[in-house]
Design a binder for this molecule. Structure first.
Ligand SMILES: Cc1cc2nc3c(=O)[nH]c(=O)nc-3n(C[C@H](O)[C@H](O)[C@H](O)COP(=O)(O)OP(=O)(O)OC[C@H]3O[C@@H](n4cnc5c(N)ncnc54)[C@H](O)[C@@H]3O)c2cc1C
Length: 604
């Protein structure tokens, strides 16, 4: 066994290691001069986050209100007892001490300051909250101590943030103490087992990029775009590889968790198997995960293309999508179609896009032929993305990631219609290297995702999606809307054939995927309009999906893309009683009840 660890800070718990074969490890802060790791997987791209932090570490005991980096109102009183509630004061002091004693391997971020903002900010303004302070544990030992502090002060609320891409307010944000997992950014590839251990603070951008060096791929998010591995995996995880290998949780081999009592345990099919069952889809109900070990798969040339059509071609594109769904039984092929409506500088832009993915070189019997033949304008005009409209660019950061090839000038002059790429196309620009300026009190976009779960698509369902997306688009100007998107992401009926039993029910013979709507807008005053519109639209689509036999009450909802008021019963279905019992075993004091998220109750 050769063990290469670039982790001088010790987030890897040697007592727990059970590594067979060669391990190639890396860590974002691996510029430690003592680190001679020949096989390091390199920098995972988080220097920018780490560098911002020391400026705002509070070395004193008194909370510091100054914040030169934010334009928030310094007199704002977010909560009359913001600084003085006894439990918070005590808990905060203990956390400061833990961080100080760790020589700031773990970091305490006082209110305000760049490090604080990065710790509490989310992809969307609507999911950021003003936390009293933030903490970035740097290793398992410190996280164990931090959990014990939360256990001791039972009025203290907290939140756990991975990539911060939840669109539901309070799911990974809090007005209490924010835990950011950004320091858990190590990656370890074991060439013997071909498994990859991923720190719970990693983003897909980094993971895809690093693992590609080994010509391996993972079942991961369809777009990287700063999405956190942790939240995605804890909820289930749909991927472009799902037809071949199931969803993310089917590919999980082991997790390392710090439980609410401060104990650190590993869970797998063999060890703590009840916890392993519960974590896979159970979200943040069972403690804080520090790392995930997942299977990897061979990575060769991949075909990826994004086709963009003007909306007046929708009828033909829909027909081609429907033909693809009916005819293509090739597990390596995947498409994600989308009605995309934008409002840019007060002007509407309406598109239909189709993301094409083939896990290999395109076969001679090209499954995308009809779609490709339709496409003569494959590139979205990018003149709306310029320095002058930075705010808009930020608002569309997620779209920028998706369409980042469009912003590459070398590609604009002679866009290739088909691209064969070595390795995955997903690691173009990382959120971590280019973090959004959107912190608390700064401008950013608000958003919600909502879902109708469907077993398959029919022509009438596609027609309804078009009608509803146009309805949402018609309101963009009036209600400061930025985008209205409804996705068509079809899967094969065999998608769950190799699935394993997990908290989130997904079984052979019960195909089920998210028909996803995403709206983005500006201004809190527009929240109720857009959330109401989302519900109305999802209801209309649901009705048609039911009539078409594409959905029914038995299909479990997907927690990663469901609105916050979705009942947990609808997510966990027949697994809920079992999960209640497991939760009572691992969190009998309901500590995780002080965080947001879909909460599994302790008793019925
Ligand atoms: C651009 C974009 C693309 C997406 N693509 C896909 C896709 O292809 N397939 C898909 O299935 N979904 C997709 N999603 C949805 C995605 O799965 C969810 O948004 C997911 O919650 C993101 O995880 P995160 O770590 O970034 O989120 P966060 O907001 O940080 O966390 C989400 C939840 O997980 C909990 N959590 C995070 N880390 C931990 C931890 N270490 N221990 C315990 N609990 C933790 C949080 O407390 C919170 O409740 C996408 C979302 C976006 C914005």
């Amino acid at each position: 066994m050769i063990l290469h660890l670039a982790d001088a800070a010790g987030s890897h718990d040697p007592a727990d290691s059970q590594v067979n074969g060669d391990v190639h490890a890396g860590r974002a802060n691996s510029d430690d001069p003592g680190n001679n790791c020949a096989c390091s997987m390199g920098n995972t791209g988080k220097h920018s986050i780490a560098q911002g932090i020391h400026a705002s570490i509070d070395y004193n005991d008194e909370p510091d209100h100054s914040d030169n980096h934010s334009d928030r109102d310094p007199d704002a009183s977010y909560d009359t007892d913001f600084w003085s509630e006894e439990e918070y004061v005590k808990a905060t002091k203990e956390m400061q001490k833990i961080c100080k004693n760790s020589k700031h391997v773990s970091q305490f971020l006082r209110f305000g300051g760049a490090g604080y903002n990065l710790s509490v900010s989310h992809q969307f303004e609507s999911s950021s909250e003003v936390a009293r302070c933030a903490v970035q544990p740097g290793n398992i030992d410190d996280l164990k101590k931090i959990m014990k502090v939360f256990m001791k002060y039972d009025k203290v609320k907290f939140a756990v943030k991975g990539g911060g891409h939840s669109t539901n307010p309070g799911f990974s944000s809090t007005t209490g103490i924010q835990i950011s997992m950004a320091n858990f950014n190590e990656l370890e590839y074991n060439s013997k087992t071909q498994n990859l251990r991923i720190g719970a603070g990693c983003l897909f951008d980094e993971v895809y990029k690093e693992i590609a060096q080994y010509k391996r791929n993972i079942v991961g998010g369809a777009t990287a775009a700063g999405v956190g591995v942790a939240g995605w995996l804890l909820g289930g995880g749909y991927s472009l590889l799902t037809n071949q290998h199931g969803i993310g949780i089917d590919n999980l081999v082991e997790v390392q968790v710090v439980l609410c009592n401060g104990e650190s345990v590993k869970a797998s099919a063999e060890r703590n198997s009840d916890l392993f069952f519960a974590i896979r889809g159970g979200g943040n109900n069972f403690g804080i995960v520090t790392s995930f070990t997942v299977k990897t798969y061979p990575l060769g040339p991949i075909y990826r293309n994004m086709l963009t059509f003007p909306i007046d071609k929708a009828a033909k594109v829909k027909e081609a999508i429907m033909n693809f769904i009916d005819k293509c039984k090739d597990k390596k092929a995947a498409i994600v179609g989308a009605y995309r409506h934008f409002c840019i500088r007060g002007e509407r832009e309406d598109k239909i896009t189709v993301d094409l993915f083939y896990d290999g070189p395109l076969p001679s019997d090209n499954p995308f032929e009809e779609l490709l033949e339709l496409s003569d304008d494959k590139w979205i005009h990018h003149e709306d993305h310029d320095e002058a409209d930075k705010k808009l660019a930020e608002n569309f950061a997620f779209m920028d990631q998706l369409f980042s090839h469009i912003h590459d000038p070398s590609r604009i002059s002679a866009p290739p219609s088909h691209r064969q790429v070595d390795g995955t196309q997903l690691s173009l620009q990382t959120y971590a290297k280019n973090p959004p300026k959107s912190g608390v009190g700064e401008e950013n976009v608000r958003a919600r995702w909502g879902t109708v779960m469907v077993s398959h698509f029919t022509q009438k369902l596609l027609d309804e999606i078009e009608v509803q997306s146009k309805l949402a688009a018609s309101k963009l100007k009036e209600y400061e809307g930025k985008t209205a998107v409804i996705d068509i992401w079809p899967f094969l009926p065999s998608m769950f054939d190799t699935s394993t039993s997990a908290a989130w029910p997904h079984e052979k013979g019960r195909p089920n995927g998210p028909l996803l709507a995403c709206f983005q807008w500006e201004g809190e005053s527009n929240d109720s309009f857009w959330i109401g519109m989302m519900k109305q639209i999802l209801q209309s689509i649901q009705k048609v999906a039911e009539a078409e036999g594409c959905t029914n009450d038995k299909l479990p909802k997907y927690c990663n893309t469901s609105l916050a008021d979705t009942p947990v019963q609808d997510i966990y279905k027949e697994h809920l009683p079992k999960l209640i019992a497991i939760r009572a075993k691992y969190d009998s004091d309901n500590m995780m009840g002080r965080t947001g998220g879909f909460r599994i109750p302790l008793a019925l």
